[in-house]
Ligand binder design. Structure first.
Ligand code: AMP
Ligand code: GLY
Length: 425
């Protein structure tokens, strides 16, 4: 089979790394890829925004299956475009991808199908939002409706902050049209975890649970990032809870989308808050998480290709997945300044000596090859990933490696997985 992976981050490197192990795969292209992906696939310089360019490439190169990493091309209709040309592609179409692309769409689905989530109201007028916030008080969460690169969610402890958040979204239009509508949502307390599942629109195949670390600094302090690290599985998600999430959240969402005329195919990602009243949905994403993919996919024992094919062909119920025992950990090494402005082109040292280690990979995110040297090319640079019999061992392996990789300004969280260690005492 000839495969095209769309994207160029750590998640896409993980997908390429896994797909390369399949005996069913002859050739992998990745657009645009990065310096690490270039070692496992042929990178082609087509941007993820160039949907037509990607479709033309897939047609010309006779690609048998395209796998889309990021949400933007999905929300913009890459799947619809490929399907019009008769090309096979893994991911939800434009209508279904609204599950992530519009928080209002996702909330309305959850209410309609009794999926547990925070109380909320939708507003199109800043004055009405302000009045409502004054009435209900704080803490409160303000969310821009559309895609805002993970920055459209503002948690407000004080009323003043909440009013400023409304202004930022609706009057200053910090996120453009993504802020045409906003949601004012009940603040939920608890620990977070994610459950991702494959779905063909009818049945689901859940993956192992995982936990991301969104804030930039240790102890969950500082501004949110795309994710500074992850581990899987999340022991907080017991088998009983996983079953509850499947039955009360994932299946109703998939069935609800189908009943509403938006059949959903691809990966459905439920971001969950474990509240005193049980797990509630924080958000749905329409793709693999990044860095959740980096810890979930290495634990998948089965070949990924037959699963992706079954999803695309609408026969997922025929397929089973096997998972490795043990835990996986990914620690993200980021550029100095990230998630704010950062420099690119900084030389990375220490990558060569990581090669060949067992149950270990350095997934590349923002990297590029500059005249034979690997340099930084983004905010999140590397996802140092390892897996072992248990979480403490995986952590030890990964942090030892992190300490031997260097680039000017590099920073990373030192407490990835700490919240789960209580389960291993
Ligand atoms: P989202 O992109 O909707 O997942 O939000 C980003 C992050 O904001 C989540 O991972 C949570 O940490 C936090 N968050 C979002 N909604 C809520 C809420 N209702 N209560 C508490 N925290 C929230
Ligand atoms: N790591 C969070 C996400 O992929 O949305």
């Amino acid at each position: 089979m000839r495969i095209l992976v769309v994207g160029g981050g750590g998640r896409e490197h993980t997908l390429v790394w896994k797909l390369k192990q399949s005996p069913l795969v002859d050739k992998i292209y990745c657009a645009p890829g990065n310096a690490g992906i270039a070692e496992d696939a042929e990178c082609v310089p087509i941007s993820v925004e160039d949907l037509q360019g990607l479709a033309d490439f897939a047609e010309k190169q006779k690609i048998d299956l395209t796998v889309v990493g990021p949400e933007d091309p999905l929300a913009r209709g890459i799947v619809d475009l490929f399907q019009e040309k008769g090309l096979k592609i893994f991911g939800p179409n434009k209508q279904a991808a609204q599950l992530e692309g519009s928080k209002v769409f996702a909330k309305e689905l959850m209410v309609k199908y009794n999926i547990p989530t925070a109380e909320y109201r939708t507003f199109t007028s800043p004055e009405e939002a302000e009045q409502y916030i004054k009435k209900i008080g704080t803490p409160v969460v303000i969310k821009a409706e559309g895609l805002a690169a993970g920055k459209g969610v503002i948690i407000c402890e004080e009323e003043e902050e909440a009013l400023l958040a409304v202004k930022k979204i609706m009057i200053d239009r910090a996120f453009g049209d993504a802020g045409n509508r906003l949601i004012v949502e009940e603040f939920m307390r608890g620990e977070e975890a994610s459950i991702l599942a494959f779905t063909d629109g009818e049945s689901i195949l859940a993956m192992v649970s995982s936990q991301d670390h969104k804030p930039v600094y240790d102890g969950d302090r500082g501004p949110n990032t795309g994710g500074m690290g992850a581990y899987a599985p999340a022991p907080l998600v017991t088998p009983e809870i996983a079953q509850y999430v499947e039955e009360k959240i994932l299946i109703p969402a998939v069935q609800g989308l189908k009943a509403d005329g938006h059949p959903y195919s691809g990966v459905i990602y439920a971001g969950l808050m474990f509240t005193e009243k049980g797990p509630k949905v924080l958000e749905f994403n329409c793709r693999f998480g990044d860095p959740e993919a980096q810890v979930v996919i290495p634990l998948l024992k089965s070949d990924l290709i037959p699963i992706l094919q079954a999803v695309v062909e609408g026969r997922l119920s025929e397929v089973k997945a096997q998972w490795h025992e043990g835990s996986a950990v990914c620690v993200v090494m980021a550029s100095g300044g990230y998630p704010g402005p950062y420099q690119k082109g900084v030389v990375i040292h220490g990558l060569e000596k990581q090669k060949g280690k067992e149950n270990f990979v350095v997934f590349h995110a923002g990297t590029k090859d500059q005249k034979g040297q690997i340099v930084t090319n983004g905010g999140r640079v590397l996802g140092v990933t390892g897996w072992a019999e248990n979480l403490p061992e995986a952590l030890k392996k990964v942090y030892e490696a992190v300490e031997s990789i260097e680039f000017d300004g590099a920073h990373y969280r030192k407490d990835i997985g700490q919240k789960a260690l209580r389960f291993f005492e």
